[in-house]
Write a protein that binds this ligand. Structure first.
Ligand code: NAD
Length: 483
């Protein structure tokens, strides 16, 4: 692999839940990629820790297997694998007991950058935070990384924040939303704030509306009973979709610095209007072709939890007054694709008779492929008069930046390296999370009080028909997102 990156300083990273799904699927293969890229130094160490009894070699074998399973054959065959495995260690700890903590404390080299990844259920955050302090593992320079879900409503999020605040300062807490680690999400900021031509158009005078779609083809599957306690609003909208909305809508920060960026995001969340019942469509996928429906997978025949949601919301400020933001996300949909589309207004007057130009659309694709395109109107080349066509202008610039540019790190990799560098820009601050729940809670309470039943939708579709009606009522349509 090509080394184009500056190594971070040597670190000790302890992953609590180091044998769990997230660690095996994302965190550990991601660290190996950073090792191959030369960003993780050879004298850094990753210590797995979980209840499971394992020794160092057992953990190394588990990590090698995970790299093969989740990173692919190519990654697993990298020559650097044995060296990376040398950087791994393991200590079994019980988050709720004393087992392993003294051993872990003796192992961690405290003079290095210390980070502790809480890849465990949030109910263990307080226990682990308290033990890190009690066993002298963490001090005021240590960092902790916590995963979603960060609460299930405002009260529980406040409680989690208060628990962590007992032991760590806000500048030590890294709340991960991996959507913020995506290359194109950061490119969106570069595009908006690094070019002169977008900012003057970035308002209700020129923008008709904005669509954010996060579509998944997967079902809730074996996680059904767990998912049934949250639903699409809590699982996706409150965090990922709102973070994307913030980056699209925020004012330019005075500088690209963690709190300057997060202050502006917070203002967006606080300016979100309450959503009215007729602006929300919730759905549940049906059974099809022998595949179970949502309620069967949730093991709850009377479940009112949504596996799909579409909604329209507004931001009450000068920039966005009158511009609707349409959000939708769901499981078992037609395609796996995430896209933000900024749909510009129609021309005030077209000089091309019988040949009206299409609207400009800036679309930011987050998955499966990352990229940014701008639909522009040009003249179709060749003779035959003034025929207009709409073509996408590709602004990913992968070619312009050379062959290595395509090798972008996965969101988790980038975020973990940011933790080591001590850069919180792409992490959620406690007040941001609480503001997001403050907006979300009344919406959920509203449909709960109304006993609102989600609409069934066909698996492989783009959600219930009502989701299309939500747009059509406003004389608009959802864009076709490509997987
Ligand atoms: P998991 O159940 O696969 O793993 C949990 C880990 O915690 C295991 O290593 C287990 O040994 C350890 N553990 C449990 N109780 C313990 C105790 N008392 N003491 C010490 N260790 C203990 O869970 P996961 O899917 O890896 O998820 C971990 C966290 O990350 C959860 O909060 C989850 O919501 C979040 N998350 C997971 C994913 C994912 O893709 N799996 C994605 C986003 C967020």
């Amino acid at each position: 692999m090509v080394s184009r990156v500056i190594p971070v300083e040597p670190f000790e990273l302890v992953i609590f839940g180091g044998t769990g799904d997230l660690a095996r699927r994302k965190v550990l293969p991601g660290l190996f990629r950073r090792f191959c890229a030369g960003q993780m130094p050879k004298d850094a160490r990753v210590i797995g820790s979980a209840r499971t009894e394992l020794d160092r070699n057992g953990f190394r074998k588990m990590v090698a297997d995970s790299i093969k399973e989740f990173g692919g054959k190519e990654l697993a065959s990298q020559a650097e694998l044995p060296e990376f495995l040398e950087c791994l260690d393991y200590v079994a700890t019980d988050a709720r007991g004393d087992k392993g903590w003294a051993e872990l404390s003796a192992m961690v080299r405290k003079e290095l950058v210390n980070a502790f990844y809480f890849s465990v259920a949030p109910s263990l955050f307080g226990d682990i935070a308290e033990r890190l302090k009690r066993h002298d593992l963490a001090d005021d320079t240590s960092r902790i990384v916590v995963e979603k879900p960060f609460g299930r409503d405002l009260a529980s999020a406040e409680e989690l924040n208060a628990t962590l605040a007992k032991h760590f300062k806000e500048k030590q807490i890294y709340r991960i939303d991996h959507y913020l680690g995506k290359e194109t999400v950061q490119n969106l900021m570069a595009l908006r704030f690094g070019n002169v031509m977008f900012e003057p158009l970035w308002n209700g005078k020129y923008i008709d509306h904005i669509q954010i779609t996060v579509a998944e083809t997967v079902a809730v599957g074996s996680r059904g009973a767990y998912y049934d306690k949250s639903g699409a609003m809590r699982d996706m909208v409150q965090n990922h979709l709102m973070q994307l909305l913030c980056l699209i809508a925020m004012e330019p920060p005075a500088q690209f610095a963690p709190d300057a960026v997060r202050d502006e995001k917070l203002k967006v969340i606080r300016a979100l209007q309450p959503v009215q019942p007729h602006e929300i469509v919730r759905g549940q996928y049906e059974a099809k072709d022998g595949q179970p429906g949502y309620r069967e997978e949730a093991e709850n025949p009377r479940s009112f939890t949504e596996s799909f949601i579409a909604m329209k919301t507004h931001i009450s400020n000068f920039r966005w007054a009158g511009v609707p933001f349409y959000l939708r996300t769901g499981k078992r949909m037609a395609t796996r694709a995430s896209e933000i589309a900024v749909v510009f207004k129609a021309l005030p007057h077209s000089i091309f008779e019988d040949n009206e130009p299409d609207r400009n659309v800036l679309s930011i694709q987050l998955q499966p492929n990352e990229g940014i395109t701008m639909d522009m109107t040009i003249k179709e080349p060749g003779p035959g008069g003034m025929r207009l066509v709409n073509v996408p202008l590709d602004m990913t610039f992968a070619e312009a930046l050379g062959p290595d540019a395509e090798e972008v790190p996965d969101a988790y990799e980038r975020l973990i390296m940011d933790v080591i560098r001590g850069n919180q820009t792409l992490f959620m601050r406690g007040d941001e999370v609480e503001a997001a729940w403050t907006w979300t809670d009344p919406i959920i309470e509203g449909w709960t009080a109304r006993n609102d039943v989600p609409k069934p939708y066909e698996p492989g579709s783009m959600g219930p028909l009502d989701a299309h009606a939500l747009m059509r009522r406003d004389d608009r349509n959802w864009r076709e997102v490509k997987g």
